[in-house]
Design a protein around this ligand. Structure first.
Ligand code: ASP
Length: 422
């Protein structure tokens, strides 16, 4: 078998399997094994994530400006924007509702004993405190702050932090619209420039992705040696299974939408998106995965460039269906563990806050658990409960990130279908 010709997703899967194996092997060598991985293997994972993040902002700038300036008129853009945002909202509300339904049926919190609860709270108190502090910054701002935050006061500053992705999107849309508004002759040089910049960036992504199997190998090996003790993980098994079930249900919902609404086979969909899902799983970041998602959705799922370059960057930041399911399940799980009975009104409140929190969460690892604080506070659930779910948060973050980008891909196919081709 010629390894070079193996499809990319197989190479990535092989990298993941070897990473997990090496991680388990090295876990047997105590501190020596841990150090060996963190000194000699972990850096390659960090390099891979850095390279992906490095290309995210140039990619959004180039592809969004190109995509929008290729549209012939603004009305098409506003139609596309309307459909995108509405569909994103609908999928998020569905996600939270699925989460609430499952957690109320399975009731994973009832299986946690008093002793385990105290043990978990003590073990992760400090970590939970840090996340609470991070959340406090978000909470202390006024209700319109998220809108203010979209408009940067300085584009160079905005481009220096990947967390400001919405600001870059705002600038790119403004720039693209202005290119449509000026005479074609005058915008031509810029158009040529962005076309060519876009090509170069796509090539860079190709190059980075050829390193992906090694990157995910390093990321997974690191994850395994740094994982907490099995005893603690075991007590959170039912919670984890509940969440994974919720995420799985969402994937089934997407598959049905793809089949029924878009008339595409599940095989076509998953073959197209799989490499992006694997990268999302390994990096736990929709933002870092964005270059791969954009590449696969356009080239393999045949979504028009003007659609994918608009819908996906926005989706990476505002549409997080996996994170939304997680907010609902984690909040109610914590309440159950503390023996709190949430009223219907409190649960309806969770639908609203979890939807907003998933929109507000940054597309980076652990963002979900930070904004969870807001959902807990609104529902009157003790914030200290954050410490309960900490031990398993990273692996679950990996799973919810897969769903986050799968949701974005599904919505971009929907928008592609319902925005006219002309
Ligand atoms: N890591 C997730 C993402 O980037 C966000 C989360 O923590 O739920 O999509």
């Amino acid at each position: 078998m010629n390894l070079k010709r193996l499809p990319l997703h197989w190479k990535i899967i092989i990298g993941m399997v070897f990473g997990v194996l090496l991680g388990f092997l090295m876990s047997n060598f105590g501190q020596f094994g841990k150090d060996l991985i963190s000194d000699w293997i972990k850096p390659f994972g960090t390099i891979f994530i850095n390279a992906l993040k490095l290309i995210a902002i140039p990619l959004i700038l180039a592809s969004l400006i190109k995509g929008i300036s290729d549209l012939k008129d603004i009305s098409k853009l506003s139609r596309m924007g309307g459909i995108t945002v509405t569909t994103y909202l609908i999928t998020t509300v569905i996600a939270v509702s699925v989460g609430l339904a499952i957690v109320n049926i399975i009731k994973p919190g009832n299986s946690i004993s008093e002793d385990t609860r105290i043990e978990l709270l003590n073990a992760y108190e400090d970590d939970a405190d840090k996340k609470r502090e991070a959340a406090a910054e978000t909470k202390n701002s006024g209700p319109l702050q998220p809108i203010i935050d979209i408009v940067p006061s300085n584009i160079i500053n905005a481009a220096t932090d990947n967390k400001n992705m919405l600001q870059i999107i705002f600038f790119s849309i403004l720039f693209g619209i202005s290119m449509i508004l000026i005479p074609e002759k005058k915008s031509k040089p810029l158009k040529d420039f962005f076309n060519s910049l876009n090509e170069v960036i796509l090539k860079i992504i190709d190059l980075i992705m050829s390193f992906a199997p090694y990157g995910v190998f390093a990321l997974l090996a690191t994850l395994i040696v740094e994982a907490p003790k099995w005893d603690l993980l075991k007590s959170l098994l039912l919670y984890s299974i509940t969440l994974i079930l919720g995420l799985f249900l969402l994937i089934i919902i997407y598959t049905i939408v793809v089949r029924v609404l878009l008339n595409k086979s599940p095989n076509f969909f998953f073959n197209g998106i799989l490499p992006a899902q694997l990268v999302a799983f390994s990096t736990s970041s929709s933002a870092a995965t964005l270059p791969v998602t954009m590449d696969r959705v356009h080239n393999n799922l045949n979504v028009r460039k003007e659609v994918s370059s608009f819908v996906l960057p926005i989706g990476a930041t505002i549409n997080m269906d996996g994170t939304a399911v997680y907010q609902a399940i984690a909040a109610v799980f914590i309440a159950q563990t503390f023996g709190l009975d949430l009223s219907v009104t409190a649960q309806l409140g969770i639908i609203v806050t979890a939807t907003l929190a998933s929109i507000g969460a940054a597309a980076v690892p652990s963002a979900g658990i930070i904004v969870l604080v807001i959902v807990l506070a609104q529902a009157g659930i003790p914030e200290a409960g954050l410490a309960l779910i900490f031990a398993v948060d990273r692996p679950l973050d990996m799973c919810r990130t897969v769903v986050n980008i799968t949701g974005d891909a599904t919505v971009s196919m929907i928008v592609d279908k319902f925005v006219s081709k002309k």
